[in-house]
Ligand binder design. Structure first.
Ligand code: FAD
Length: 312
């Protein structure tokens, strides 16, 4: 079996950027790109339409097209990409070993770029207007014209929900925070900031019941979970802020993770195992953007190159 210099796990912006840098550094990386729910490689941006904030595309670009370009760029310099899920890793000895359901691979350095997934309600009501008014990322979608001066709702009760709601007040005519409890997990400072904001309204203890609209979301129905009373409110946007799950269960016994399951790094993509690097949304629970993931992918590839040099 060939021992690769670098194997990259994941085919999102972070994985492909790491691959472009590693292949241009002559490290001949292999990307084990994985499949997401729905059976495609390319990461989270495969599930969206317009991406307006990735530098270099002044008119915006469709998420799948951007991922196709990032892949082509990595392949142009000699990256091998296999759309395979890694199902097991062993970082306890050198070279590192990785398995897909068909084959075993080994590498001197590994870059983990397995991303994360926004938690979804997984209801028909959500599915109907996903990407048509319903989103899980205010930074990504809040500025879109369909939300400008329109009523917006945010579901969640933590700091992220408060942050998203405050951010969305820049665009929406009003923002309604919907939370299924009367108590909030958000820190008191964030809660107070949201409570003081004149554009923010509250619906608690309430849950989403239904969604309505023609092609785009126009109204939502919510149910008070203690009185069971339902009401419809206008909402052209609905943002879910109910958390993210990092795709890191595979590494639980292999490298240090933080309490929420994100990979712990030294801030320069180095994990607790020398030679294993991590980048993108599997590490970052703050920014969660394609460009920050790509930036970290670049860092990981440079760090991996330096690590390999140090072995010689
Ligand atoms: C609907 C939506 C819209 C968004 N819009 C924007 C936007 O407009 N602008 C923006 O900047 N950001 C946007 N984002 C956020 C952006 O998509 C993420 O920040 C970015 O994709 C993170 O990149 P990543 O490489 O870290 O991980 P991901 O894109 O999550 O990719 C992770 C990759 O790892 C793979 N993987 C996971 N487990 C395994 C395994 N065991 N073996 C092999 N592979 C594995 C996955 O299949 C996937 O290919 C959006 C996100 C969503 C969900």
């Amino acid at each position: 079996m060939d021992i690769r210099d670098v194997i990259i796990i994941g085919s999102g912006p972070s994985g492909y950027t790491a691959a472009t840098y590693a292949s241009r550094a002559n490290l001949k990386p292999l990307v084990l790109g994985g499949f997401m729910e729905g059976g495609q490689s390319g990461g989270q941006l495969m599930t969206t339409t317009e991406v307006e904030n990735f530098p270099g595309f002044p008119e915006g670009i469709q998420g799948p097209e951007l991922m196709q370009k990032l892949r082509q760029q990595a392949e142009r310099f000699g990256t091998d990409v296999l759309d395979k899920d890694v199902i097991k890793v062993d970082f306890s000895s050198r070279p590192f070993r990785l398995w897909t359901d068909e084959e075993e691979y080994s590498a001197r350095a590994v870059i983990i770029s397995t991303g994360s997934a926004a938690k979804r309600l997984k209801t028909e009501a959500e599915e109907r207007f996903w990407n048509k008014g319903i989103s899980a990322c205010a930074t990504c979608d809040g500025a879109l014209p369909i939300f400008r001066t329109k009523p917006i709702a945010v579901i969640g009760g933590g700091d992220t929900a408060m942050e998203e709601a405050l951010y969305l007040t820049r665009f929406g005519s009003q923002v309604t925070i919907i939370h299924r409890r009367n108590e909030f997990r958000a820190s008191s400072i964030m809660l107070e900031r949201a409570k003081r904001h004149p554009k923010i309204q509250w619906k608690t203890p309430c849950a989403l019941e239904n969604t309505f609209g023609n092609t785009l979301l126009e109204r939502i129905e919510i149910k008070n979970v203690s009185t069971e009373r339902t009401e419809q409110i206008p909402a052209n946007g609905l943002f879910l802020a109910i958390g993210h799950d990092p795709n890191t269960s595979l590494f639980r016994d292999q490298i240090d993770l933080d309490q929420a399951g994100y990979i712990a790094t030294d801030g320069h993509t180095r994990t607790s195992v020398p030679g294993v690097f991590a980048a993108g949304d599997c590490v970052d629970h703050i920014y969660r953007q394609a460009i920050t993931a790509a930036g970290q992918g670049c860092m990981a590839a440079i760090q991996a190159g330096r690590y390999l040099e140090s072995l010689e």
